[in-house]
Design a protein around this ligand. Structure first.
Ligand SMILES: C[S@@+](CC[C@H](N)C(=O)[O-])C[C@H]1O[C@@H](n2cnc3c(N)ncnc32)[C@H](O)[C@@H]1O
Length: 284
């Protein structure tokens, strides 16, 4: 963003988004007793997600893939923000010929690069937090960002930077409900803790609308992720999220439901790369 970008206070919906995300903070006593950080994403699971997305493209492309594919020119470029293993972008090649992956995790970027290399896709990786690294990244025909928004408290500059990097279209996918919602019953069971339910995808859409973006919205049922994955790895992932020690794995294994279909939402809008930004939303 240039220095002359007009700044305005974040809209009410963005303040609400941040407050609702903050309400997911883990109670300090539970966090202090956690044997390992409950946050972070296991690289293996997200490399697997990319495999599943590549297979899904052949069978029944999701609305998110369709919305990106219809905006991509032959030989076009994709920028994947919060790329993980590349589930949002690798299935777009072809028609796309190149993908730039941005992720804060070097492990995810390594998994992405390895798979892109195998698929003979022209690729580049940028390690860092979006939008902090956005100024070092060039524009692309289509910008995709799947399953990242619920990590982003400061949603306005994040979205503004996505929009400013897309020549044609931005495609965002998130679950209809906060991704941790599926663990709410387990939080109650293991900690007696009642977890929040907002924000939701509808709240994200409200922010985008308040930013003046003309957003397409499609809700759909995404295939379960990792349904045939190693059960022990899913239990370990859940145990970590619940701040529990490994000795509780047997109890978790007994009550953890296998991954089911996920209500998901595709949000898409026109890119503005090359246009003057409407406003940065950096204030507030
Ligand atoms: C839930 S995973 C989703 C990965 C992939 N997009 C997918 O759909 O399978 C979220 C990814 O976003 C990355 N991430 C989260 N917030 C980020 C940010 N602000 N900037 C860059 N990467 C971010 C994480 O490291 C992780 O790899």
């Amino acid at each position: 963003m240039g220095d002359d970008t007009p700044e305005r206070p974040a809209p009410d919906s963005a303040r609400r988004w941040r407050e609702d995300l903050d309400s997911w903070a883990i109670p300090p006593d539970i966090l202090a007793a956690a044997p390992e950080t409950p946050w972070g994403c296991p690289t293996g699971l997200f490399a697997r997600a990319a495999e599943e997305a590549l297979a899904e493209r052949e069978e029944a492309p999701s609305p998110s893939l369709q919305r990106a594919l219809e905006a991509l020119p032959e030989g076009g470029s994709v920028l994947d923000v919060g790329a993980g293993g590349g589930a949002a972008s690798l299935p777009l090649c072809p028609p796309a010929a190149s993908v730039t992956a941005v992720d804060q995790s070097p492990g995810m970027l390594a998994a992405f690069a390895e798979r892109a290399e195998q698929l003979k896709i022209d690729h580049a990786e940028v390690e860092g937090l979006w939008p902090a690294v956005a100024a070092t990244v060039g524009p692309a025909d289509v910008v995709v960002c799947h399953h990242v928004l619920y990590n982003v408290g400061d949603i306005v500059p994040f979205v503004v930077a996505l929009t400013g990097h897309a020549r044609r279209r931005v495609v965002v996918e998130i679950t209809a409900e906060h991704p941790q919602s599926s663990l709410n019953a387990l939080w109650k069971r293991f900690h007696g803790n009642v977890r929040p339910t907002r924000p939701t995808a509808a709240d994200a859409a409200a922010v985008l609308a308040e930013l003046g973006l003309d957003v397409g919205i499609e809700e759909f049922e995404a295939a379960p992720r990792w349904h045939d994955h190693d059960r022990a790895e899913l239990v370990a992932f859940t145990r970590r999220r619940l701040c529990l020690p490994a000795e509780r794995d047997v109890e978790i294994d007994a009550v953890l439901e296998p991954p089911g279909p996920r209500r998901s939402v595709t949000l898409w809008w026109s890119g503005e790369a090359g246009e003057a930004p409407k406003w940065s939303g950096a204030a507030g």
